[in-house]
Design a protein around this ligand. Structure first.
Ligand code: ADP
Ligand code: MG
Length: 711
């Protein structure tokens, strides 16, 4: 029996682990978070008050209270079983980073004590030299520092009974340039928040607190049995299968989506939810996704900074708990060719006070704010479609975008029929003829009820209005949500800024709503080319989009170029989100990451072809040869079908060997990546054919039909 068959036999005998009932999940929620409840219990009242003010305002922590906060945090963490703490940060690798220090110190008389000072809490100094910085920090001046972000509470992460205190932090170089994904996100939130308040002031609304950008990130993932995973070097090293033919049956019957969840999966999901809840992550929805072995988890939305941190923790928990349950969790955007890949739907909105600016209100005044915000988003997405595309670029997502399963690489906005009609009415202003014989008057008319149920939703659009939020659907499953939200926040802040400037300059006594109507009408005229309600997967849309002048950037290197265009550098510098050096460094880091990933994939493709696939085909060829010899003994001089088959396999071998040689030559010559990728695809095509032609027993890699269906 080959190793695949042994795995299958073992999986068939699998026992589903029982999840111990560990208490009341409602009471348990957030028990491992140093949040409001723990803080008020452990901190002196005045310190608690100061700290909550800091958290709400997003201002820096007053160093006078740092020691008190640190002491309280340590006592709380130790009581909950923690021995170590770590600053937790988001370098440009896209993963999170941590370095644990114990609370332990030994005093002069040799006695152990637990210590954690205000300084330990506020600032950490990881050796930053091995993180990508794109030339921002030469290794000679390796020091970077991490600084506590009090807007994201500290928490305890548990793994196998080991409890560690995590302190969410920003990561900067000593010269002040940011080396991470969190700091620019915080900056962009602040800019958008203050522009949102400014805009609302134009409408006569003033609020004390700060505006909130909200994010709900739906996360897709695959689970396969670990016993198959460890037999797939490609999955282990690149996150995706470099070889493998789609099985006869995959997702055509559409029977997996929202199907009954299998017990072994449910057991995993249950432990996942319980663990996330303890860390204060509001996991809400779990279900089967479109592809076999594909699933989704969606938490309730939260303030964007916290939601991004929580999404990082969700990805981490998915992997860890999957492993515990004998699964491998695949977060790659396209682990399997020919079946759906995984994305991360980025549900985004802004609220001030308790008003969600993207919520069509019940009265004309609220409607006016909603419609202004809507137009601002339309302008922002049209003006900065290139940056939005750049924010979700990556080697993995390139396989997904435009592959008729996910939104194309062309960014467009979906509004739905009814909202589009309203937008057309605004565009026409006072014009009398409208599709439905009406025109909307901003500030006077009530909006019709907008449908926000699933029936009316267009699933093919990359950027869709869904009732009270926009859903950016092109983000990749493995990516941090920080980048798309940095871009969205900055682009919408710019639009708010421009709209507010016009409204603020209106003379006293001007007809506010009349002028607003004119302004929104001009915004729509200028930016309506970004609106598209049709099928984004169709070929016609590609042609239409080209006519409209919308960019269609298919691969990462071209998609990330806009990060360093002069107008985009000016945009980010104007709003203080990135400076030029930070953008140049990011461009460099992302390009290098892309090239390295393709390099690894190419090298592994060659290796697998030579060490796994070709030898298996040779073995089958040899087997055929023996059979042909036997055949000759019994029916001499007859035309042999077996020999024909052997000749065909021999041709396949010739192709596999010669394409491998070509790939090797291209790699050593340093050919362009598109050429190398073409050869990889050529090699794969032959291998995937031959997979269906040779003895199943000899095939060395677990097949799609096994990985996707046996668990
Ligand atoms: P879908 O039908 O798109 O799969 P889900 O209910 O799975 O919808 O996910 C929708 C996500 O949008 C959830 O995370 C939800 O909390 C989030 N969401 C709802 N309202 C807002 C809002 N105002 N701002 C941001 N996210 C929101
Ligand atoms: Mg969902």
């Amino acid at each position: 029996m080959n190793s695949r068959r042994i795995s299958m036999a073992e999986i068939a005998e699998n026992k589903i682990p029982e999840i111990p009932d560990s208490g009341n999940f409602i009471e348990e929620f957030g028990c491992d978070v140093f949040g409001m409840e723990a803080m008020s219990e452990y901190l002196p009242k005045p310190v608690f008050k100061k700290l909550t003010e800091t958290m709400q305002s997003g201002k820096a922590l007053d160093s006078a209270i740092a020691d008190d906060v640190a002491h309280a945090m340590k006592s709380w963490a130790i009581r909950r079983g923690a021995t170590h703490y770590t600053h937790w940060f988001m370098p440009l690798t896209g993963a999170s980073a941590e370095k644990h220090d114990s609370f332990l110190e030994v005093s002069e008389n040799g006695k152990a004590i637990a210590r954690f000072s205000g300084k330990n809490l506020i600032i950490g100094e990881p050796d930053a030299s091995s993180f990508p910085s794109g030339g921002l920090r030469s290794t000679a001046e390796a020091r970077g520092y991490t600084a506590w972000d009090p807007t994201s509470p500290a928490f305890i992460k548990r793994e196998n009974g080991v409890a560690t205190l995590y302190i969410p932090t920003a990561f900067c170089s000593y010269t002040g340039e940011v080396l991470d994904k969190k700091t620019p996100l915080l900056r962009s939130m602040q800019v958008l928040g203050s522009q949102a308040k400014r805009l609302l002031k134009c409408f006569g609304k003033e609020f004390d607190g700060s505006a909130k950008v909200t994010l709900g990130a739906e996360q897709e993932y695959f689970l396969i049995d670990k016993r198959f995973y460890v037999q797939r070097p490609d999955l282990m090293q690149t996150g995706r299968t470099l070889f493998g033919a789609p099985p006869q049956r995959h997702q055509q019957l559409e029977d997996h989506y929202f199907g009954a969840i299998k017990p072994r999966i449910l057991s995993f999901m249950s432990e996942l939810d319980r663990e996330l809840w303890r860390m204060g992550i509001p996991a809400k929805t779990r279900h089967n996704e479109v592809a076999p072995a594909q699933f989704e988890i969606a938490p309730m939305f939260e303030e964007v900074n916290l939601a991004v941190d929580h999404n990082m923790l969700i990805m981490d928990a998915l992997k860890r708990i999957a492993d515990k349950h004998g699964f491998a969790c695949l977060l790659h955007e396209k682990p399997f060719a020919g079946v759906n890949g995984s994305g991360k739907h980025n549900n985004w909105s802004i609220s001030v006070g308790d008003v969600n600016l993207l919520n069509p209100g019940a009265d004309p005044h609220q409607n006016a704010i909603f419609l202004t915000t809507l137009c601002a988003v339309i302008q922002a997405v049209d003006k900065h479609a290139d940056l939005l595309r750049a924010s979700i670029a990556g080697a993995g997502n390139d396989h997904r975008l435009g592959a008729n399963e996910a939104p194309p690489a062309i960014i467009s906005v979906y509004l739905g029929e009814q909202l589009s009609d309203i937008v057309e009415q605004i565009e026409r202003g006072e014009a009398k003829s409208s599709k439905r014989g009406r025109t909307l008057k901003i500030g006077a008319d009530i909006l019709p009820e907008l449908p926000c149920d699933a029936t009316d939703r267009n699933r093919t659009s990359p950027f869709a209005f869904t009732g009270n939020k926009f859903e950016f659907r092109a983000a990749g499953s493995s990516q941090s949500c920080a980048s798309p939200n940095i871009i969205l926040n900055t682009a919408v802040a710019e639009a708010f800024d421009e709209i507010s400037s016009v409204l603020e300059s209106l003379p006293k006594g001007a007809d506010f709503h009349g002028e607003l109507q004119k302004l929104l009408s001009s915004i729509i005229r200028k930016h309506k080319k970004i609106i598209f309600n049709g099928n984004n997967y169709g070929e016609e849309w590609k042609k239409e989009a080209a006519k409209r002048g919308l960019p269609n950037l298919r691969s990462t290197p071209e998609a990330i170029k806009p990060l360093i265009s002069p107008e985009n550098i000016a945009l980010f510098e104007k709003y203080g989100v990135f400076n030029k050096a930070e953008l140049t460094s990011r461009h460099e880091v992302f390009l290098e990451e892309y090239e390295r990933k393709i390099g690894i994939e190419a090298g592994l493709t060659l290796k697998l072809a030579r060490t796994h696939i070709i030898p298996a085909v040779v073995a089958y060829f040899e087997k055929l040869g023996k059979a042909i010899e036997t055949e000759r003994l019994i029916k001499a001089n007859k035309k042999s079908k077996l020999a024909e088959q052997a000749a065909k396999i021999s041709d396949r071998l010739d192709s596999l060997i010669s394409i491998s040689d070509k790939l090797e030559a291209q790699m050593s010559k340093g050919e362009s990546l598109p050429k190398i990728m073409e050869t990889m695809a050529e090699l794969r095509a032959v291998s995937d054919k031959v997979e269906g032609e040779i003895d199943n027993e000899l095939w060395p890699l677990p097949k799609y039909c096994e990985m996707l269906f046996i668990y």
